[in-house]
Design a protein around this ligand. Sequence first.
Ligand SMILES: Nc1ncnc2c1ncn2[C@@H]1O[C@H](COP(=O)(O)OP(=O)(O)O)[C@@H](O)[C@H]1O
Ligand SMILES: [Mg+2]
Length: 335
Amino acid sequence: MAVQPGNILEIDALSVTYRVRGKTVRAMNAASLTVRDGEAVGLVGESGSGKSTLARVSLGLIPRKIARIESGRILIAGRDATRFSETEWESLRGDPVAMVFQDPLTYLNPVMRVGPQIAESVRRHTPELPLDQRVEELLELVKLPSVVTRAYPHELSGGMRQRALLAVALGCRPRLLIADEPTTALDVTTQAEILALLKDLRRRLGMAMLLISHDLGIVASACERIYVMYAGHTIEWGGAGAVFQTPAHPYTVGLLRAAHAVRNAEGRFATIAGDPPNLAELPPGCPFVPRCSHALAECSRDMPERFDARSGDPHSVRCWLYEKPGLGFDRAGTG
Ligand SMILES: Nc1ncnc2c1ncn2[C@@H]1O[C@H](COP(=O)(O)OP(=O)(O)O)[C@@H](O)[C@H]1O
Ligand SMILES: [Mg+2]
């Protein structure tokens, strides 16, 4: 009997806070997200919405002195990792879960040539393989010329550094690659190249990917499913087509409009009106209320429950507007 692919990552109603100058910053608020084996999942939201916190907590990388998991669970390949010690996390990093970041320079060793850094990750995770050959293969995989092995990170362009960091991550043979804004620091052409490379790698290696970006277009083009995060809540998720073509949450509608908008009269790009919420002073109810033109009385009282699309692609939203019958959504559990 074929083995059913499982969930490589499951974030279940997870709340994370940071203690900063006597204040409690609520960076994740009962957020949930699942990545199945082999699946490409996108996570979008404005800066400060908690995306990187979700990525880091999935690898045990939140700063223990100031960060705290308040409630909820993290499961990695079915194992509950919520209360893992540093040593236990260490055993999961790279394999089965590896990560690449927006700023590869921070994560590459500046005084070590690129080749040995890739070799190091191969040696730790697949010591049985011939080292030089494997490094060559990895460079080929990320489409870097072999001369790069002798270069130092600072000698490479931004795009090449991101490829080098990818080679280090892939040297671990991850089942899941988390890519946190991997193209944000790059020019548009290089961005497109790295994105194409990520899509190609995922297909060839059959690994799962969690692609994080503030750009809904980027994740929609590369992912099968999308989650939208606002103020630490996962507020909408579903098939990429459903979320991108028929966004349900007023925030997602705004994100898309901002992405599509040409420059307005003042020559500025359209953004969603109003300011992102202060995570140290979140009001009760939906955090989007102050910026939402559709807000109802109940929106300020309680965070909305989950409503699921009645038909078509899987699509869920946390917004009281969808309590109204006739919009094609049903309260979760009653459909
Ligand atoms: N190391 C940290 N110390 C204190 N606060 C942090 C830290 N990392 C993130 N935060 C806070 O948590 C919130 C979410 O940040 P982050 O997860 O980086 O969001 P995003 O990646 O979506 O921009 C922000 O208010 C941010 O200031
Ligand atoms: Mg971030």
